[in-house]
Ligand binder design. Structure first.
Ligand SMILES: *Cc1c(COP(=O)(O)O)cnc(C)c1O
Length: 405
């Protein structure tokens, strides 16, 4: 058979890379030491990740319960795949609304404690398109400064007035609400429950009180808590239908991919009509729905795994504190080592990498200036030995010597 794509008819393959717009932006990034690069994970085996033929203990995975490799999820994904095929065929409003979507929404409504659930293709897609659907230029948004980029993206796109309060500073939030809420007919407070960078958990009860006092709706992103904390491990906002909008994602502890909003039936009907990120996209494929169904079935029974995960996180936090290193207290599987200066953070992460530890440096603008941190995420695959190895590697960082520790 002749090649139907002869290379010479594809001039784009030889197009010039000299795009001055891109070049200038990339040069700026490089100058700021903020150029990002993709690293290929060649193999994942429990807590060990192989990158560039080197084995590392992986402290940067969100697969908190190890479910992405769990036989039950694989079996459910396979089952759905064989029964229903590889694709949903269309968006939900056209002809892509299958029985398996409805079944997952109902199962989630039951397990998360919600009148209704509406699936989304990803957490980013959910946040970035839900917020513009839920408010317009006449409303105001009050968002924690550490909110995920997808929330900020949605907030900016909504054209509502955006106020940002200092991370987890609910006094500051109240100050802003007191000062500005009267001027707006509709108000949303935007936050994460378990913050992805700092690993701290927001005071949901106080937020609910504030929301009530200032006639605001709460919009909370439960992405990192789902599967790990809360009733049946279903998240901080599980079984709290008084919270108007609750977001969960399947990419983290759920071990696969996708997202949802938990809301009222009224809101769901509205979103099916008004949320572009729901309307104009192909529905999630059967295998992904199968994996998510597998996770919903499994997660309530994983209380022991959750307890062990949080015990290890506690051990790590205590280890950092014993070394007079700064961390943020919380009962969560995300443990930050707050280093402060950006260059110090980068150096520490590189030194840890040389000692076989894979982590993530979180720098401004993701966190506030002077708050550069190394984030350790723990998973089911870690044990006490891993924590000891990590602390030993931390002891080897030149930062400690410079700090006189
Ligand atoms: C990961 C994350 C998202 C994005 O979810 P995806 O399904 O990966 O797109 C949204 N919000 C928060 C808080 C997250 O941590």
């Amino acid at each position: 058979m002749t090649n139907i794509f002869p290379v010479q008819t594809m001039p784009f393959l030889t197009s010039s890379t000299e795009d001055p717009f891109l070049k200038k932006k990339m040069a700026q990034r490089t100058a700021q030491h903020q150029l990002r690069k993709l690293h290929t994970i060649e193999e994942i085996e429990g807590s060990i990740a192989t990158v560039d033929s080197t084995r590392f203990i992986n402290f940067s995975s969100n697969d908190y319960l190890g479910l992405s490799q769990h036989p039950h999820l694989i079996q459910r994904a396979e089952e759905y795949l064989r029964k229903y095929g590889t694709g949903a065929g269309a968006s939900r409003l056209i002809s892509g609304n299958h029985l398996f979507h409805i079944e997952l929404e109902q199962a989630l409504a039951h397990c998360y404690g919600s009148e209704a659930i509406l699936l989304f293709n990803s957490g980013f897609q959910a946040n970035s398109t839900l917020i513009p659907a839920l408010i317009d230029r006449d409303g105001a948004l009050f968002a924690d400064r550490s909110c995920h980029s997808s929330i900020v993206h949605g907030a900016v796109h909504s054209q509502a007035q955006l106020f940002r309060y200092r991370h987890q500073n609910l006094d500051h939030l109240e100050e802003l609400l007191y000062k500005h809420s009267e001027s707006f007919s509709r108000i949303l407070i935007l936050t994460e429950t378990l913050f992805s960078m700092e690993g701290d958990v927001t005071d949901i009860d106080r937020l609910q009180q504030l929301a009530e006092k200032y006639r605001a709706h709460l919009y909370v992103d439960d992405a990192h808590a789902l599967g790990v904390i809360g009733r049946d491990g279903m998240g901080v906002a599980a079984f709290k239908p008084e919270i108007s909008y609750r977001i969960g994602t399947f990419g983290k502890a759920f071990g696969s991919f996708g997202a949802f909003i938990a809301c009222s039936n009224e809101t769901k009907d509205y979103l099916v009509n008004f949320c572009k990120g729901f309307i104009y996209t192909t529905a999630l494929p059967p295998s992904v729905i199968g994996a998510a169904m597998g996770a919903v079935e499994l997660i309530p029974s994983l209380a022991n795994e959750r307890r062990e995960l949080l015990r290890l996180a506690h051990l790590l936090r205590e280890g950092l504190k014993a070394r007079k290193l700064q961390t943020i207290d919380a009962d969560s599987q995300i443990v930050p080592w707050v280093i402060g200066e950006e260059e110090e953070g980068i150096r520490c992460a590189e030194e840890l990498k040389a000692l076989g530890i894979l982590t993530t440096v979180i720098r401004p603008p993701t966190v506030a200036r002077g708050m550069t941190l190394i984030r350790f995420t723990l998973t089911k695959h870690h044990n006490e030995t891993h924590i000891r190895q990590l602390l030993k590697a931390i002891d080897g960082c030149s930062f400690l010597a410079r700090m006189g520790i």
